[in-house]
Structures are given as C-alpha cells and as structure tokens.
Design a protein around this ligand. Sequence first.
Ligand SMILES: Cc1cc2nc3c(=O)[nH]c(=O)nc-3n(C[C@H](O)[C@H](O)[C@H](O)COP(=O)(O)O)c2cc1C
Length: 390
Amino acid sequence: MHSIATAPMAWKDLIDPVAPQIARMEPLGGRVAGVVTRIEEMIGRGGASSLRRVPSAGATYPYEILLVSPASTSVVLVDLVRRQVVARAGDCFDVDADSYACLLVGRPWLSMRKYGPRGYLYHLIDGGHAIFDLALLSVTEPPPGPGTGLLPGSHDTVIGDVLAAGRITAGAPRSSSRWRLVTTADAHVQSGRTAFEKWATRISPPAPAPVVFDRVGNLPGQPERAVTARRSAGSFTPGYDTEPLRRVIASGVRCADSALEQLNLPRPVVQVTGHGAAAVTRPPTDLLAALGGQDHLIGADAYVVIGVPTRGDDTIDHRRQGLLIAAGVVGQALYLAATESGAAVTGIGGIDPSAWNRVLPAGQQALYLIAVGGSADGEKFDALHPGSHG
Ligand SMILES: Cc1cc2nc3c(=O)[nH]c(=O)nc-3n(C[C@H](O)[C@H](O)[C@H](O)COP(=O)(O)O)c2cc1C
C-alpha cells in the first residue's frame, strides 16, 4: 500500500499479506527469562487470563516493550500477549546478561484507530499506568549501578517514541515453559506496522522526554501488593462507607505524589468529587451526560477528577506530555490503593470535560477520572465495544 492518502486500494493490497519472517522458535532460557517474567508480573497477563495487570482505554495497550543488553546495541521485543521474545537473526542477543535496559515505546496508533487524535492522549495516560507498575520493580529489587546508557547505541533501530526507560536486574538463569525465543529474518523486531500506523505517526507531535523508572524507592501504602488483583469494575453500587473511602483516596493520592516526585514528573490537579465526606466538591448534576452516557459508571461514590491547565497555545510540548503521563501515574496509584482496600475502581476517559471543569479550579481542563466505590456485576463495555467512548 504505497499511499493511503492519494491512491485507492489495489487488489494486491488485499491478497498479498506481509508475513513475518520466522527463522527459529525455541524455549526462552538464560537470565533474560527472569527479566521478562518480572516485567510480565507487573504489566503483562496474569496466568491464562487475557486481562493485563494495568488498565488501558478500550483495552488497546498502545505501547511495546523492548530490551537492550549492555554488551550489544541490538534490541529485542518482549511480546506480552504471545509470551515471546523476538530477536533478529544475526544479532547474537545475549540471553545471559546481569541486567537489561527496558524501554517502553509508544504506539499511539493502536489507540488512535479507535479514538482518533484523542487516542494520542490515551496512549500517554496508558503509558503512565504502565510506568507506575514498572517503577515498582525497583521498589522490590533496586537496579545495579547508575542508570546511564539505557538507550541502545544505535537508537535509530527503535521505531516509535521511547516513553520510559529503566534498568532491570536479571535473577538466576531459568528457562520458562511459557515464554519462547523467536528469531526473525525481518529487518526490525518491531514488525507489523501498517501504512495507517505510519501515517498516524506523521501527525503525532515530537517525542516526549523519556521517564526514567528505575530510581523509585519505597512508596507509601505498599502498592506492589495489589498489582495481581487489580481490575476495572464493570459497574458500581452506591453505598461504600465514607470514612474508608476517604482513606483509600487519600492513600492513593499520597502514593501518587511520591511516585511523581521520584519519576521527575509534574503534578496534575487532582480533585475529589462525590456525595460523601471524601469529596471536596459535588459531581455534576447531569451525571449521565457528564460521563458521556456511560450508565454503568453512575453508581460510584466518588470521582477523582484529574485535570491540566488550559492556558497557553496549542503546542503539545514536553511539559504537557509529562502531565498526561503523570495523569496515568496518579490513576494507577489510585487503582492499586482501591484494590488493596477492596473498593471497586475504574478509570474513565469518556467524559464531557465541560461538565467536570466546573468542579476544578478556574483555568483547568478535566482529562481523566477515577471512579471509586462499591462493586456491582456488569460487562466491561469499554473493552467489548469496537467504537469509541469519546
Ligand atoms: C485512560 C483510560 C480511559 C478509560 N476510559 C474508560 C471509560 O471511559 N469507560 C470505561 O468503562 N472504562 C474505561 N477504562 C477502563 C478500561 O476499559 C479497562 O482498563 C480495560 O477494559 C481493561 O480492563 P481491566 O482494567 O479490567 O484490565 C479506561 C482506562 C484507561 C486507562
């Protein structure tokens, strides 16, 4: 497909798929197996479940994980869905290094194909959720030495923006029955980009500054304990006790503040709305419209509104990108604090911002909410629905 902008589709575009060039497949062994298992435990799938340890707008997970071994400039792809590490034939990737640099690389198109340009915002918020969990790796086991040289020598081999980087220590060598090593004859381990994805990259702003995630020490509230159990609630039942709810939200915000400081990220505005004592302000009167018609979300006891300044020009610069990543960091800290206390929680991006701006200080725009309360059963429409929630 040479130009999606000027030429109609041709017959060969339909019948000639670009097949991945697989040279070899084998079980994954060596110390790198320990590293991918640690990453999987934080942001991958749990056991046989297709659900991931981190939430994502519309379950699109718009980023990739790459590993770089210190001795080489080659990168491998960590495919968290198929549980495979993809290396290039002839690269001689070292599977037995003491530690690896781990890169979180954005793929905004995966979210933009569902949500349009707003998908670029979601990919940074989703990235922030994942960065928070990756930062928990250094809470449990600090990385060796100073965090220099995280990016591969031949940085141009990475396709996409590096949103975050950090060094991860390898444990003892182990072979993983679940993970395999795939060697590809393709020029890049990050294959599978369509012409649409390349086009979306062209309209995206310049890359944000990468967040270094391996320098985070202890965080208040021990959020690492809740990573495995985290889920988004399908719907909410009102009536979660006010005092515990206040404590849950306060503990999540405290943890987020510490993480943002250690990750060197700016702090977005955070305001609690609801009818209980936890709330600073009341939610909008027409709650259903404010939630973009998502009736499964109206029963929450509190909505934590995360906002950013509206003032200034229209440029998407480093500071603004940092605030969007920070919104995801705050979101993940709240998810884990709620999970630890048995409260139901869901991130909400499909909102009418004008309705929520009224509960924020003047000059702030609502971006993202975290609903907290009592859980009720229900389907997670956001993941099932192929269309956009806004
Ligand atoms: C940035 C962001 C926006 C989201 N927006 C909504 C939303 O508007 N409505 C909703 O029901 N869920 C929303 N979610 C939750 C996702 O649907 C959920 O994370 C995804 O379906 C995966 O399910 P899980 O979190 O239970 O693993 C959002 C999550 C994120 C991170």
